[in-house]
Write a protein that binds this ligand. Structure first.
Ligand code: AHR
Length: 502
């Protein structure tokens, strides 16, 4: 540490970055491993409702309050025939899912997904297959979901028991199409043209739809960021969002660097934000396209060959990452970045939601909330209104990957309607408690209404079915506010969320 006085956070409700898009708190559910089968949908479980949905999982997901849910993939999407997943269940075909080398029974499909979304109060975000699928297949699915009655696909929906259109607003045009692993992988010119024509047909069906274009699959791809520029140049006026994917890793077991990953997250957004501005100018357009971080999470412990191959079984155990305290702190600062970049980032989907790289794990009769569940729940509940540009003075520490970094990572929101201010703080130090002053510059806050902390001494601490409460959010004593200032001690390896009444 290079400084001995208290760290400081300065809050000014005039310093608005942007209104926070509620879609920043979204999820992603793929037909992969045990996310859908044995996770969301498990008729064999004692917790299943009349439709086979897990009631305990629904309750935990409701608490996370995902505002939209991306579905059905992921790599699965690029080989999926959506018509396999509708109609009487005993007539649906069983298929080999080539993406994950698993058996897909199609007992859960579009209509079951819509029912699931309704149960948890989330807006569906459907993907259309740009791998084996044609632009006609994509348009047919839109008609099935959103068409008024009287034409073929809309009437199929009615026949399947759903008279009213689902009016699905958010649609993704394919998944990771620059990835050589993707079924039906395309080069950017092929993708740009196909996506543009798919977008055209989708919009001809329903002009209220908002579309997400496939960005390159991550910043380590050779295609990045040129793919992004070219795909956007083809599709700029036809789409509303551009996707980004990133999975955080700590292969080297370098916790100091891992806990500074927000530097990487911000630079990823900054680069793509520059690409967006360039293409807008190049296309002489008045239209805006925003970023959709529609796959994000920590994922590296369950990433070997065996973790991604289902050996032609139903609901295999794939990438069931076990999350620890340091992962929860990375997730906390990731969501800080969502707020700090909320002017350009409008959608973010946690990948994924149950069993597969997920905050929730299930067995047939039990459910476990992993460490990352808690920061996600706190952001989803407390971050609303405007994101604020917060001034932070904190001691620095040195990291191998990012050089000197501040020990604190912070974001804040202000809701003028409810007169509340939320502050989210990660203390990256593995050893030091940090005394902190928070100073409000333009308002005289009344009190800290609630204060929560996720913390511990062991960065590798995990929850398990036998010991489920090792890493959780605990309610801490709310610090007093006097003369527009409060002082508190932040433990090492901690995430703190404060809800302040103004
Ligand atoms: O979320 C797991 C996989 O990661 C998704 O199917 C794919 O899009 C990404 O590579």
């Amino acid at each position: 540490m290079s400084q001995s006085s208290n760290a400081r956070i300065y809050i000014d409700t005039n310093r608005v970055i942007s209104e926070i898009s509620p879609l920043l708190f979204s999820g992603f559910a793929e037909h992969m491993g045990r996310c859908i089968y044995e996770g969301i949908y498990d008729p064999a479980s004692p917790h299943a409702d009349q439709n086979g949905l897990r009631k305990d999982v629904l309750a935990a997901l409701k608490e996370l309050n995902f505002r939209s849910m991306r579905y059905p993939g992921g790599n699965f999407l690029s080989g999926y025939f959506w018509e396999d997943g509708i109609g009487p269940k005993d007539q649906r075909p069983v298929r080999r899912d080539l993406a994950w080398q698993s058996i897909e029974t199609n007992q859960f499909g579009t209509d079951e997904f819509m029912n699931f979304c309704e149960e948890i109060g989330t807006a569906p975000m459907m993907g259309v297959n740009m791998g084996t699928g044609t632009i006609q297949d994509a348009a047919n699915l839109v008609e099935y979901c959103n068409g008024a009655t009287g034409t073929k696909y809309a009437d199929m929906r009615v026949q399947n028991g759903h008279a009213d259109p689902y009016n699905v607003k958010y649609w993704c045009i394919g998944n990771e199409m620059d990835g050589p692993w993707q079924i039906g992988h395309l080069d950017v010119v092929e993708y740009g043209k196909k996506a543009r024509e798919a977008a055209k047909m989708i919009r001809l069906h329903d002009n209220d739809i908002e579309l997400v274009l496939c960005g390159s699959s991550g910043p380590t791809m050779a295609t990045y960021p040129e793919w992004d520029r070219v795909a956007l140049e083809f599709c700029w006026d036809n789409v509303d969002y551009h996707s980004m994917h990133y999975y955080a890793t700590n292969w080297e077991d370098d916790t100091d660097s891992f806990l500074a990953l927000s530097a990487e997250f911000e630079s990823f957004v900054d680069t793509l934000s520059g690409v967006l501005r360039y293409v807008k100018a190049q296309n002489r357009s008045k239209h805006d396209v925003y970023l959709s971080w529609d796959e994000w999470n920590v994922w590296y412990k369950a990433r070997l060959e065996d973790d991604v191959k289902g050996l032609w079984t139903e609901a295999p155990h794939l990438i069931e990452e076990v999350y620890n305290l340091e992962d929860a702190l990375v997730v906390g600062q990731w969501m800080n970045v969502f707020l700090r970049k909320s002017d350009v980032l409008k959608i973010a989907c946690l990948a994924q939601i149950v069993n597969v790289i997920a905050p929730i794990l299930t067995t047939t009769d039990a459910m476990l909330k992993q460490s990352i569940y808690y920061p996600i729940m706190l952001f989803s509940k407390l971050a609303h209104g405007n994101a604020l540009d917060v001034k932070v003075n904190a001691p620095m520490y040195n990291t191998k990957l990012f050089g000197d970094m501040p020990l604190l990572d912070v974001s804040s929101s202000h809701d003028a309607e409810t007169n509340t201010n939320a502050i989210f703080i990660v203390n990256r130090s593995q050893t030091e408690s940090l005394p902190l002053d928070i100073l409000w510059q333009d308002v005289a806050p009344k009190s800290v209404k609630s204060a929560y902390q996720v913390a511990g001494t062991d960065p590798k601490a995990v929850n398990s079915f036998d010991n489920p409460n090792v890493v959780t959010a605990v309610v801490i004593n709310a610090p007093d506010i006097r003369d527009g200032k409060t002082t508190m001690m932040l433990p090492p390896l901690s995430f703190t969320a404060l809800e302040v009444a103004l």
